[in-house]
Design a binder for this molecule. Structure first.
Ligand code: WT7
Length: 680
């Protein structure tokens, strides 16, 4: 870090510096056309926000009219806590709004999707699809799904690398009304099996492999292994990406007598390019996406069609200031396996008719400037990534972005975890050349889209704050008993009104849905607020500052993990008797994973076992869940009532010299032993 940087960080930290919204900003860059921002001023933002809360039905009804509906709604919102129904009685189709609407309007030959593969030998492999070309592929695959017996309402599991076919599969599901359940390609066979069983899914779409940092991720092998752990899967459709050796299952996997494995290209060859979009009720499910909670079992978050569509469309439009016909090129670096990819690679961006980029691989392959080379070559105007990536870029050095012309960039975004002011400043300077507004967007899998966020070139920004609520979002900081907190007092973040993207449930678990989100905070009259699980404070300007999770969920590199999930994975190993997992500060990941483990008799607390346990967690969940630190300990610190004292473990993992209050600790000798336990 240079001295100039360091002094700036100090300024930020001490003066809580505010960045003027339009300082140095221009809506047009080389190649891009000038645009007038959708929201012109803070005054207009405040007016629109006030209207969205006072008259949600009027506000969202007007917005929804910008999209295509087969049948209009009878009522915009039907709210009976905790159940929200949006656009009641209307029918629409999200794949139609992503594709057909533009073709019908004469834009069929505009660019919809740009894809770049990871391998670089002989230059990057790039594919481009117009709306017409993409629709043809989507319709073909929709017909493939139908030919395999998939009907409206059947859950299709998708476990794919970041290839165009992944977006095609997702949109094909939306076209025929088969909710998809996308599983991130980094998850393990057991994680696949759990999700497939939970959703009672009979078909999975995968690939032979995917490229990541020069190696092949063995997706088909993982699916084969998952199939030995669950018996609901009748069909496995395999896209050929890497040409690696895979095993093939010719036999039927069920009594229907169909063979199990199919090549994507064989099925596509016979499929027709014509597949009318199913008329979906606004409240028909669009997808389920699993995310971690406080128990060992991930929850299937359910989103429906109409509200999700309107909310992701509008947030994409306003938060990134997207305009068709302005030569904008939008790139979100997330994987479609996460909600960020669902909402801000595919569903929210495509209805805005701005081309969206998908990149297959790692940010540092073959060299640490790969992202900047993509920005330069594709003249990216909008770039959306996670703080963990920004911190990695900082570490790799300024020379990598400096090698490239980044002048096309207009708006920068961040998501997934709080961004530290140092990373914010680096992003602002080195990537944005002090000309691009940064939108720090706070939201969740459950919210479908942005909730607290600046509007670019409108909202003054402060490094580390996600600023103000988006339209329709009534956010507050409250105490445990629902009382609104004064400025600069930490509390629980709560959302008072339903918004169109609010989750509609947890698949198969109504009780958990109510417990987790709608029971913890209530107003004086007993009306429940939505509880996201985050702590936050609001400053004197009304700006929100997220302080992190207040439950046993940790945020590792912007990905949510339940500490219980990792603990269950650890204790499922024969050597482990008891395990406690906590988050700890991590330079790149934001939060790392620290595990405290007690072993059964006859097991040696050594490096070999440590390695084995890490691998074991990787096999049970996925590489992202592997602990950064494993400490062997004879006992875990517990209160007299038998609860593990996680606060104390967090202090120890963080290397805090003076650990927190230990007056309730049952056995003081445990503490001394814990301190001796070596990290590794
Ligand atoms: C949790 C949601 C939203 C897509 C990616 C993660 C944390 C998210 C921010 C932000 C501070 C953030 C919260 C939230 N989070 N964005 N801008 N500033 N924290 O989705 O896996 O559903 O996780 O990520 O803790 O609850 P997710």
């Amino acid at each position: 870090m240079t001295d100039a940087h360091r002094s700036d960080i100090e300024t930020v930290l001490t003066e809580n510096r505010t960045f003027a919204p339009t300082a140095g900003w221009s809506s047009a860059g080389p190649g891009a056309e000038p645009v007038t921002p959708h929201v012109a001023s803070m005054e207009q933002y405040r007016e629109m926000h006030a209207r969205s809360l006072a008259d949600p039905e009027g506000f969202w009804g007007d917005i929804a009219n910008e999209l295509h509906w087969f049948k209009p709604w009878d009522k915009v919102l039907d709210w009976s806590a905790p159940d929200a129904k949006w656009f009641v009685g209307a029918t629409t189709n999200l794949s139609y709004n992503c594709l057909d609407r533009h073709i019908d309007d004469g834009h069929g030959d505009d660019l919809a999707l740009i894809w770049e593969g990871e391998p670089m030998d002989g230059g990057p492999e790039v594919k481009r699809f117009t709306y017409r070309e993409l629709r043809a592929q989507v319709c073909k695959f929709a017909n493939v799904l139908k030919s395999l017996g998939v009907k409206k309402g059947d859950v299709v599991t998708i476990y794919m690398p970041m290839v165009p076919e992944m977006a095609i599969a997702v949109l094909a599901c939306a076209r025929i009304g088969a909710p998809h359940s996308v599983i991130f390609g980094g998850f393990s066979a057991s994680a696949i099996a759990d999700r497939v069983v939970d959703a009672n899914s009979k078909i999975i779409v995968t690939a032979d492999g995917g490229w990541r940092r020069g190696s092949i991720v063995p997706l088909k092998d993982n699916v084969d292994a998952a199939c030995t752990q669950c018996d609901t899967l009748d069909h496995v459709v395999v896209f050929e990406r890497c040409g690696n050796d895979i095993s093939w299952h010719h036999e039927p996997s069920n009594s229907h007598g169909d063979k199990r494995d199919h090549w994507w290209h064989d099925l596509m060859q016979a499929a027709s390019e014509d597949c009318p979009a199913e008329h979906m009720d606004a409240e028909d499910p669009l997808f389920v996406l699993y995310t971690s909670g406080t128990t060992g079992k991930p929850k299937g978050i359910m989103h429906t069609t109409g509200g999700y569509m309107v909310f992701t469309y509008l947030t994409s439009k306003y938060v990134f200031d997207l305009h068709p016909d302005a030569n904008q090129v939008y790139w979100c670096t997330a994987d479609i396996g996460w909600i960020t990819g669902h909402s801000y690679i595919v569903y929210g961006v495509m209805p805005n008719r701005v081309p969206t980029i998908m990149y297959e691989g790692a940010p540092n392959h073959p060299t640490p400037d790969r992202f900047w080379s993509i920005v330069e070559r594709h003249k990216v105007t909008h770039f959306y990534t996670a703080p963990t990536a920004i911190r990695a870029f900082m570490k790799w050095g300024d020379n990598h972005p400096r090698k490239h012309n980044l002048q096309s960039l207009r708006v920068l975004g961040t998501v997934g975890e709080p961004i530290n002011p140092e990373a914010w400043m680096w992003y602002h300077r080195i990537i944005g050349h002090e000309k691009c507004p940064i939108v720090d967007t706070w939201w969740q899998t459950e919210t479908a889209g942005h909730m607290l966020t600046p509007l670019p070139a409108v909202t003054p920004t402060k490094p580390g704050s996600c600023t103000l609520p988006f339209f329709g979002v009534d956010a507050a900081i409250v105490s445990e008993d629902g009382v609104e907190q004064p400025n600069n007092t930490g509390g629980l973040l709560a959302i008072r009104k339903p918004w169109p993207g609010v989750l509609r449930g947890i698949l198969g678990d109504r009780e958990r849905f109510i417990d987790v989100y709608w029971s913890r905070i209530k107003d004086a009259s007993g009306e429940p607020y939505y509880f996201p699980g985050d702590g936050a404070r609001r400053d004197a300007d009304g700006y929100f500052w997220i302080m992190g999770r207040v439950d046993d969920v940790i945020n590792v590199s912007g990905h949510r993990l339940g500490t219980m999930e990792v603990e269950s994975a650890l204790v499922s190993h024969e050597a482990v008797v008891e395990a406690a997992v906590v988050g700890m500060p991590h330079e790149i990941k934001g939060t790392g994973i620290a595990a405290f483990v007690t072993l059964g008799p006859g097991f040696d607390a050594d490096e070999t076992l440590r390695k084995q346990l890490r691998e074991h967690v990787g096999n049970e969940i996925g590489a992202i869940a592997k602990p950064d630190q494993i400490r062997f300990t004879e006992a875990l610190p517990k209160t007299r009532s038998g609860k593990i004292m996680r606060r104390l473990l967090r202090d120890i993992a963080a290397g805090v010299e003076k650990v927190g209050d230990t007056t309730t600790l049952e056995d003081y000798s445990v503490l001394a032993k814990l301190r001796e336990s070596k990290e590794g």
